[in-house]
Design a protein around this ligand. Structure first.
Ligand code: MLC
Ligand code: AMP
Length: 511
């Protein structure tokens, strides 16, 4: 039967071609496209046997593995909605997502199963596990074990373009995360556009070092590979050692800016290592023009910067063939409409002025899961999505992202909404109020700093606060530094002046 996304991604795949090479401490495994069909069918059968029905959410928080990618494809084949969660989220953060999305199954890391049993019982959600497969003698979790016994034949559940394929949660300015609903067409149309725009062919080998619970590593990197019939070198995560070891056998690297700044700081990373490379792509956070220039000076490669968002997939890109301009995110992708408007009036602004970037096209999501009001607020009546990013265009039409109207910190490509951390800090013993800001960080671009005001007669300490929040919020969202002040700077309206705080502490994390 026709399954819009699965057929679109794999309809032309050559079963004999290699899909992935997976290096690990226990050796190298390979996956052919035939394995992709077989393993995703086994896991789809397993999901169905466990009671997953079309439209059900399949929530997963599992370590990065090629089987986790197969689980994504299996959920799609079974007509379900894939819901990946950041592996850094704590049990209490996961509780919110499971409560909100009410999946029929939650698949976690085998080593964390005990932590989740009470939660799964409380919410009445089936709990299964999937780990990294390192050794055929050992279990890689219940889903993998069941999959081994399941058939490699699976009749895909019919899904149309407008059916939901995935929900990815993005934090919100109010502190509440929202589930972005992505349709089969959102994902497939964007993959098709990127394959074409970036010149992917079956000869490409993409070095995959990104996490696979976000748009970048899951959809941009993986869907383009599948759709072009190319292959992956699939790393468990980013490290200079692994990337430098595998670059010689790769043709494309996709990364967040931190990948590039880390590589530039490594004396082993030089022109000879990457002479053969076809393409370096950066996104998810601003790539400093100086990083772009330094990279070009060292390697003669111009990093191709693109811009996207969970809600919109990829919206703009520097050209593959034309000039890639440092400090810009290029042009709207084919089929994507972009406009820059005045935030108050919604009027389109003349070239060169700074306004809010709005997007419309087949790439744009269909709304926030069970939040019709929030969805309405973030769309214009004519269907344009209000990104909250501040942008301008130069005289040649290159778009520059110059800031954000939303109170958001992007650290190493991960989004952190200050409100979420402020709400948690305000609950801590002795805290009167807090303000959370992002300041320049040499490795992550921006780093989180929390400014706290103590209640009268309370002595706050950075250590005590850090210890008391550690089980409630993912490590990457925790402050890199806490500052204790007597009061927060406020304007005449009483609003906290975060710009003053950002300026006062701009050098705090620099070294
Ligand atoms: C790790 N830490 C971070 C962090 N990553 N802190 C803040 N921000 C981050 N991004 C914490 C660790 O827990 C650790 O804490 C300390 O910082 C040092 O960690 P590390 O070992 O140096 O980090 P590492 O594991 O190497 O990870 C860094 C990274 C990773 C950059 C490789 O963060 C990463 O893979 N980022 C990619 C994110 C991504 O894929 N974003 C796409 C979103 S989609 P301690 O105290 O234990 O030492 C999207 C749409 C689009 O945005 O357009 O693409
Ligand atoms: P997320 O919600 O995790 O998908 O993050 C999306 C946000 O990342 C966007 O709204 C932008 O603020 C930011 N972003 C993505 N790509 C870029 C880029 N190339 N330059 C600047 N910001 C970017």
């Amino acid at each position: 039967m026709s399954n819009f996304l699965f057929n679109g991604l794999l309809g032309k795949a050559d079963p004999k071609s290699q899909f992935a090479m997976i290096p690990s401490d226990s050796g190298i495994r390979t996956y052919s496209y035939q394995d992709v069909f077989d393993v995703s069918a086994r896991l789809a059968n397993t999901l169905v046997d466990l009671g997953v029905e079309p439209g059900d959410r399949v929530a997963v928080q599992v370590p990065k593995s090629i089987e986790a990618i197969m689980l994504y494809l299996a959920a799609i084949r079974a007509g379900a909605v894939f819901l990946p969660l950041n592996t850094g989220y704590t049990v209490s953060e996961v509780e919110y997502f499971l409560n909100n999305a009410s999946p029929s199954i939650f698949i976690c890391d085998p080593s964390k199963k005990d932590d989740f049993v009470p939660l799964a019982q409380k919410l009445d959600i089936r709990l299964e596990t999937l780990g990294v497969w390192t050794n055929h003698e050992e279990s890689a979790g219940t889903i993998a074990d069941l999959g081994l016994e399941a058939s490699t034949e699976f009749e895909n559940v019919e899904r149309r373009a407008s059916d939901l394929g995935a929900i990815l949660y993005t934090s919100g300015t109010t502190g509440r995360s929202k589930g972005a609903m992505l349709t089969h067409d959102n994902l497939l149309s964007n993959a098709a556009t990127l394959v074409d725009y970036w010149g992917f062919s079956k000869d490409d080998v993409l070095l995959h070092a990104l996490p696979i619970f976000h748009t970048h590593g899951l959809f941009v990197a993986t869907n383009t590979t599948l759709m072009s019939g190319s292959s992956l070198i699939f790393l468990g995560g980013f490290s200079n050692d692994a990337v430098i070891e595998h670059l010689p056998n790769s043709t494309v690297l996709m990364g967040v800016p931190t990948f590039y700044t880390r590589l530039l700081n490594d004396p082993r990373f030089d022109k000879a290592l990457v002479n053969h490379m076809r393409l370096f792509i950066s996104g998810s956070a601003p790539l400093l023009a100086e990083t772009h220039i330094e990279f070009e000076e060292l390697t003669r490669h111009k990093i191709l910067e693109r811009y996207g968002m969970t809600e919109t997939n990829m919206s703009t890109s520097n050209p593959y063939k034309g000039e890639r301009r440092a400090g810009t995110v290029g042009f709207p992708l084919p089929g994507v409409n972009i406009r820059i408007v005045d935030s108050e009036s919604g009027q389109i602004l003349p070239t060169g002025e700074i306004g809010i970037l709005e997007v419309e096209g087949p790439n744009v999501f269909s709304g926030y899961w069970q939040m019709p009001e929030k969805t309405k607020e973030e769309f214009r009546d004519d269907g344009f999505f209000i990104t909250g990013d501040l942008a301008t265009t130069d005289e040649d039409g290159y778009i520059q992202i110059v800031g954000r109207s939303k109170d958001l910190i992007i650290s190493g490509g991960y989004n952190i909404y200050p409100k979420e951390l402020e709400l948690l800090l305000d609950e801590q013993d002795g805290v009167l109020e807090s303000a959370v800001i992002g300041v320049p960080h040499p490795d992550f671009g921006e780093g989180v700093v929390a400014i706290l005001i103590a209640k009268p007669d309370f002595d706050l300490s950075e250590d005590v606060i850090m210890t008391s929040i550690q089980n409630d919020i993912a490590k990457f969202k925790q402050p890199k530094k806490i500052i204790l002040l007597d009061e927060l700077p406020r304007n005449t309206m009483g609003k906290v002046q975060k710009n003053v705080l950002r300026d006062n502490y701009k050098d705090l994390l620099k070294s």
